[in-house]
Design a protein around this ligand. Structure first.
Ligand SMILES: [Zn+2]
Length: 54
């Protein structure tokens, strides 16, 4: 049973954000990012952007 799960992969990428300061990738819920509850572990920055590449 080789089943692919595109929904899970999509969710993984949607939950990835990049620090605007040091470009470190972190995984967190978008709600928490917007609420400012997520801090970059490397540079203690609160500014993140979603990782959307097309
Ligand atoms: Zn950072």
């Amino acid at each position: 049973m080789a089943t692919k799960i595109p929904a899970a992969q999509k969710r993984m990428f949607q939950d990835v954000f990049v620090c605007k300061n040091c470009r470190k990738k972190i995984r967190s819920q978008a709600v928490r990012i917007i609420a400012g509850k997520v801090k970059c572990p490397r540079c203690n920055n609160y500014n993140f952007r979603p990782i959307k590449k097309k």
